[in-house]
Design a protein around this ligand. Structure first.
Ligand code: FES
Ligand code: FES
Length: 137
């Protein structure tokens, strides 16, 4: 893994041309995650059919790195099953973007946390998991 000071070309690309920004009408599940480091927030919307993520959109109230990571994350998960998507860690998102400055890692963690919360809620909705107060808001 490369150490980065500035943003990669890919981060800048996704920041300037973010994919999947917005909301899904009648989403299967949504989740919010906030960053204690900076106070920023992300909201993720997923459409799930037959255990497959068929659409994903997001609203970011964060920085350039958060917009880029959330955007690339939505692209990474569309077409994946719920179980496949659960395996995505923030490091995978960072890698997909060609690296991030280390002080911006928490912005990628925020995006990954949004996904984790959404999939945990989905497991509650589908009865695969007992209700956990933390995830049901
Ligand atoms: Fe503000 Fe990362 S979200 S520093
Ligand atoms: Fe808050 Fe990046 S500094 S999401």
């Amino acid at each position: 893994e490369k150490k980065r000071i500035g943003y990669s070309r890919k981060v800048l690309y996704y920041f300037l041309h973010p994919k999947n920004v917005g909301e899904i009408e009648n989403p299967s599940v949504t989740a919010k995650a906030g960053s204690p480091a900076c106070g920023d927030m992300i909201k993720l919307y997923l459409k799930i059919e037959n255990d497959k993520i068929v659409d994903a959109k997001f609203r970011s109230y964060g920085c350039a790195a958060n917009i880029a990571t959330a955007s690339v994350l939505t692209e990474m998960i569309i077409g994946k099953t719920v179980e496949e998507a659960k395996k995505i860690k923030f490091k995978d998102i960072v890698e997909e973007l060609g690296g991030l400055p280390q002080i911006k890692y928490h912005c990628a963690v925020l995006a990954a946390e949004g996904l984790k919360q959404a999939l945990a809620k989905w497991d509650v909705i589908t009865g695969k998991r007992q209700i956990d107060e933390k995830f049901v808001k």
